[in-house]
Design a binder for this molecule. Structure first.
Ligand SMILES: *[C@@H]1O[C@H](CO)[C@@H](O)[C@H](O)[C@H]1NC(C)=O
Ligand SMILES: *[C@@H]1O[C@H](CO)[C@@H](O)[C@H](O)[C@H]1NC(C)=O
Ligand SMILES: *[C@@H]1O[C@H](CO)[C@@H](O)[C@H](O)[C@H]1NC(C)=O
Ligand SMILES: *[C@@H]1O[C@H](CO)[C@@H](O)[C@H](O)[C@H]1NC(C)=O
Ligand SMILES: *[C@@H]1O[C@H](CO)[C@@H](O)[C@H](O)[C@H]1NC(C)=O
Ligand SMILES: *[C@@H]1O[C@H](CO)[C@@H](O)[C@H](O)[C@H]1NC(C)=O
Ligand SMILES: *[C@@H]1O[C@H](CO)[C@@H](O)[C@H](O)[C@H]1NC(C)=O
Length: 711
């Protein structure tokens, strides 16, 4: 081994200058003005190409210049020709002790020597060009760390002990492909990639998915990106093939891309700690790490990353079976800038991990997402105590957290800056817990409560009273909540602007007398979706309480009728801008008429999808009174050609989107009207309009070329 190395180095001393010269000639002869060749050896002998017909002294002859798969764009201007089949063998005569020796191929050089040669290449473009020669060359080049490049510190003294030789074992797994050629598909892929380079802060970004994710691609990226800006962001998703990404590819990245800021690995089981150790060593500027379904990565390498990458600000760990408490602890301990953490479905993560992370990083963490973890009340208590900087907290599917945990979280008085709180499918959210959070988080603005089976009216009402900054509240699948809770919110929130109630089956229309409640003057956006028992009576109260609504979404409420909606329409003070009544099947023309009369001067969007009792009469009113309407959906309504004609006749109406899907009474007679409307339309939906013939559709498509037509 030593003698080989020694011999290699000796040869290198003689070869380097000549080889660099030769390489320049080979790859850049057609671009660079080189000094006239003054050696006595004729060029044709210096470059002994097996297939001489591929080589002409002026450069390369492209067999077919349009065959882009043979072109590897390396920079913005340089295209390098890569012959897919032919081996470019550079042979040079060299002189040892003044004695002419036999010609020898550069390929006989051991890796160590080639490595030394490559280290001395003058620049990134030359390295990229060499990387195209063979897989062996590419892999060797990708092993060179930035600080091992000779050219970049040619004027400095080189400390020999700092040079490291490429390890033999790095290459051994690829030995069967040693010296083989890069698959031209890789080249093609790399060429395509060039187009989608996004340059954020001057760094490049690459995403490899599925079959594209291979070590060769990574090595090519490692060698290629160095010369123009450096790689800033890398995503690798789901390597399926056997040729998929391994530690070797990550090593290349670690060595070639010290500027890497964001790394994302999804669904890769062929990478383990070894690969991440390399990243930890090579990419110390890492700021964002995203690991998903990487079951072979363990705490060991995450610990290394945490220790070496102090600028880590955002970490996501999902479904990583072997990542546990220690990783979180390390991140908290060693990453003073850790702002955002998301942990999902990691069976080894427990209270210890969350608690240790928060007790050390609680002063910087701002965004926290915890999902499907076996953590208990202890974790929530710790978050509530240490999470001084947390602004966004999302908890999902935490089955072992109980009422006590939420209570303790609010009571800890740490979450003073919490602005956004989202809980989904946590059985522990109870009245007591929610109330405690309302009290403990004075700056809470947005709250989303989904699938909280224990939460009841009482808790919701006192939450509305205590959470004085609340601006937006969303309730979904909280079935214990009834109309009392609903009005409890409206009556007690001082600043609530947006309320969404979705799929809450407990809200029903019973006869009840409400005590005189103060108006909810702040509410502007109201959505009630798929609460089938929400009816007339409730709606009438909403109308009384909320005079400032701008957006009204009542979706799929079969129980409401015109009488219920009318008070709301009439009490509105500022004028609706968007009204979505999709699926409220029992509404009729008279309420549309009222809406249009009252709000025609402000209304921009009206959706009556599926309101089958709506007829042409509504369209006539719309045509008469709507001044700003740009989006109209009357899909599934009982409209006909004369309604469309009325719309088309309204000169002031500038519709941009019109949906008539499923209006089977609209026929070819509407063709002219649709043509007129189409002059301003950007979208027209005439799906399932069985009255419109295929020929008419073709005509429309032809005439309304600036409008997207769904037919
Ligand atoms: C992850 O990769 C496996 C094959 O290795 C595939 O079957 C699975 O669908 C992938 N999962 C995701 C979420 O992409
Ligand atoms: C971390 O980032 C800051 C600026 O965001 C930079 O000044 C500093 O050098 C970085 N630290 C390391 C170790 O890269
Ligand atoms: C993580 O911590 C929890 C206790 O909080 C413990 O039950 C679990 O065993 C720990 N996991 C590992 C892998 O140490
Ligand atoms: C969750 O952790 C507790 C102890 O911390 C343990 O007893 C329980 O078996 C764990 N549950 C699951 C599903 O891992
Ligand atoms: C709708 O409300 C009106 C009064 O607001 C009432 O007379 C009518 O019966 C209600 N209809 C239904 C179906 O609740
Ligand atoms: C109206 O509601 C329906 C049903 O939820 C929805 O699909 C549609 O996007 C909504 N339209 C608008 C403009 O909000
Ligand atoms: C509303 O429509 C549903 C379904 O079409 C029907 O069952 C119900 O009786 C209607 N209610 C009223 C008040 O018209």
């Amino acid at each position: 081994m030593h003698s080989v190395l020694f011999e290699g180095l000796l040869i290198v001393i003689f070869l380097i200058d000549l080889t660099i010269f030769a390489l320049k000639r080979v790859f850049f002869g057609f671009r660079f003005d080189l000094p006239a060749v003054s050696t006595s050896v004729p060029m044709s002998k210096v470059f002994d190409y097996r297939g001489t017909e591929d080589f002409s002294s002026g450069g390369f002859r492209f067999p077919n210049p349009k065959d882009s798969s043979l072109l590897l764009p390396l920079g913005h201007h340089v295209d390098v020709y890569f012959p897919p089949r032919k081996r470019s063998r550079v042979s040079a005569p060299f002189v040892v002790s003044g004695e002419q020796k036999q010609k020898s191929s550069i390929e006989v050089l051991p890796d160590e020597c080639l490595f030394e040669v490559f280290r001395r290449l003058p620049g990134g473009q030359e390295r990229s060009a060499c990387a195209c020669v063979s897989k062996r060359w590419l892999m060797l080049l990708s092993c060179i760390r930035r600080d091992e490049l000779y050219s970049e510190k040619i004027t400095q003294s080189v400390e020999p002990e700092k040079r490291s030789n490429p390890k033999k074992e790095d290459m051994s797994s690829e030995s069967e492909q040693k010296g083989g050629y890069i698959d031209s598909n890789e080249i093609k892929a790399e060429a395509e990639e060039e187009d989608q380079e996004t340059e954020a802060n001057g760094y490049l970004s690459r995403c490899l998915e599925g079959k594209k994710a291979t070590d060769v691609r990574l090595a090519a990226i490692a060698v290629g990106t160095g010369s123009h800006g450096g790689l800033g962001k890398l995503s690798i998703r789901g390597a399926i093939s056997i040729r998929g990404v391994t530690n070797l590819g990550l090593k290349a990245i670690a060595r070639g891309c010290p500027s890497l800021r964001a790394l994302s690995l999804w669904n890769i089981s062929s990478i383990d700690d070894e690969g991440l150790f390399e990243i930890a060593n090579g990419c110390r500027l890492l700021e964002k790490l995203d690991l998903c379904q990487c079951s072979t990565i363990t705490d060991k390498s995450l610990l290394a990353i945490a220790k070496s990458c102090p600028n880590l600000t955002s970490v996501t760990i999902e479904s990583c079976l072997n990542i546990g408490n220690e990783s979180l602890q390390a991140l908290g301990c060693f990453c003073p800038n850790l702002k955002s953490i998301a942990v999902k479905n990691c069976r080894l993560v427990g209270d210890q991990g969350i608690a240790n992370m928060f007790s050390s990083a609680g002063r910087v963490l701002t965004k926290v997402k915890l999902q499907a973890l076996n953590i208990s009340d202890v974790s929530l208590a710790v978050i509530g105590y240490y999470g001084h900087e947390v602004t966004d907290l999302a908890l999902t599917g935490l089955q072992n957290v109980n009422e006590r945990g939420f209570w303790a979280m609010g009571n800890g008085q740490g979450l003073q800056k919490l602005k956004s709180f989202a809980v989904t499918a946590c059985r522990g959210v109870s009245d007591v817990g929610l109330e405690s959070i309302g009290k403990g988080c004075p700056n809470l603005k947005q709250t989303c409560l989904r699938k909280c089976p224990l939460l009841s009216d009482e808790g919701l009402t006192s939450f509305a009273k205590t959470a004085g900054s609340l601006v937006s509240l969303q309730l979904e699948e909280c079935h214990r909540i009834t109309q009392f809770g609903f009005f409890g919110i409206l009556g007690n929130s001082k600043k609530l602007k947006a309320l969404v109630v979705e799929n809450c089956l407990g809200i029903r229309d019973t006869d009840f007398e409400f005590p005189c409640m103060s108006l909810c003057n702040s509410l502007q956006y109201l959505t009630i979706r798929n609460c089938p028992e929400f009816g007339n009576a409730s709606l009438a109260i909403v109308g009384r309480l909320c005079p400032k609504l701008l957006h009204l979404n009542l979706v799929g409420l079969q129980g409401i009728t015109d009488e219920g909606l009318l008070p709301l329409v009439q009490n509105s003070e500022d004028g609706f801008t968007k009204v979505n009544l999709s699926g409220c099947v029992n509404l009729t023309d008279s309420v549309v008429s009222a809406i249009v009369k009252m709000h025609g001067s402000t209304l921009e969007l009206l959706n009556l999808d599926g309101c089958r009792h709506i007829t042409d009469a509504s369209l006539v009113e719309i045509a008469d009174d709507c001044l700003l309407l740009s989006e109209l959906d009357v899909s599934g309504c009982g409209i006909t050609d004369s309604g469309i004609a009325a719309l088309a006749g309204a000169v002031h109406l500038i519709l941009q989107i019109l949906s008539l899907s499923g209006c089977s009474s609209v026929s070819d007679k509407s063709l002219a009207s649709l043509g007129i409307l189409g002059q301003t339309l950007v979208g027209l939906n005439i799906q399932h309009c069985h009255g419109i013939s295929l020929g008419a559709v073709d005509l429309l498509v032809e005439r309304l070329w600036s409008c997207d037509i769904l037919a």
